[in-house]
Write a protein that binds this ligand. Sequence first.
Ligand code: M6R
Length: 364
Amino acid sequence: SKGNHRHFMEKEIHEQPEVISHTLANYLDFSKGRIRPGSAPVDFAKIDRIAASACGTAYYAGLVGKYWFERIARLPVDIDVASEFRYREMPLSKDSLALFVSQSGETADTLASLRYCKQQGLTIGTIVNVRESTMARESHTVFPTLAGPEVGVASTKAFTCQLSVLASLAVAAGKMRGTINEDEERQLVRELSEIPRYANQALRLEPQIEAISRDLSQVKHVLYLGRGTSYPLALEGALKLKEISYIHAEGYAAGELKHGPIALIDESMPVIVIAPYDHWFEKTVSNMQEVAARGGKIILITDEKGAAASTLNTMHTIVLPDTPEIIAPIIYALPIQMLAYYTAVFMGTDVDQPRNLAKSVTVE
Ligand code: M6R
């Protein structure tokens, strides 16, 4: 049931600190500051690369995972949307791990990609929320997300739980591959353990985000920009907004702005910039300057350090607490979900059952 929430989506957004905490506890031993032995039963030291695929929001989670695996474990990741992957006949190595991400475990294209990789003799690992799903049954290794049933068509808590698993696996892989030592493992595990606390702080921004959403519900087009791990978040923000509010939105890598989309910028199109104060921040700010110079209205989502460092005039600035870099994509997902949610509420759409969409896409 929805309890005292208006929509399942609202309820599921608010459940995140708790379900992320359950999910992390499956992979991390907080008291020892270690990856739980046996929680990632794949020999990452023997794997040459990861071939990943998924659809929609699960694909964006995988895209964030790519940054983590490559950075923390020096393990290259090829990732593609499953509808392309399944027909591409990509040359695959038997030493690769085929990794799939799915809330339902039933998405037709992702399942077909899984079966293709299995036929090619790869080890199949799946991050999945529904334990008794087809994908879970057909995988060699299941990495569960413990998000509980997700009812809203727009994925929220499944996404942040997928990210939590991907971050944990990247740390496990780094440990097995010797790219991080025990101190670094302990440090990363400690940082991951703080996600629920930061997520609770992010939820407190709800009244401000509701007010900003009132403005957003008046516009026709929205652009989302981000760099590094914030780039997939920009894609996710745009998907979330379009699927439940029906407002046209696009997500772009901030550096791609001048390769085309900058032509769209005027006073009528807000630009949502996702920019924690990380090692990409300065670059993103210079892209923001280009937007501001053309009269674009900026909604900046950043942290305290970022807000202090940016000298730009923004229409709104959403200030999250300063977080360790690895957990930023998980924390920044929350304001992005709330923006889409409240905008849709102002538009009066059917938030939990948006038009033309199904929770689980079991036909291609
Ligand atoms: O069940 P899955 O995670 O495999 O579903 C994948 C996509 O269909 C799903 O994430 C979809 O994009 C959501 N409606 C996004 O909010």
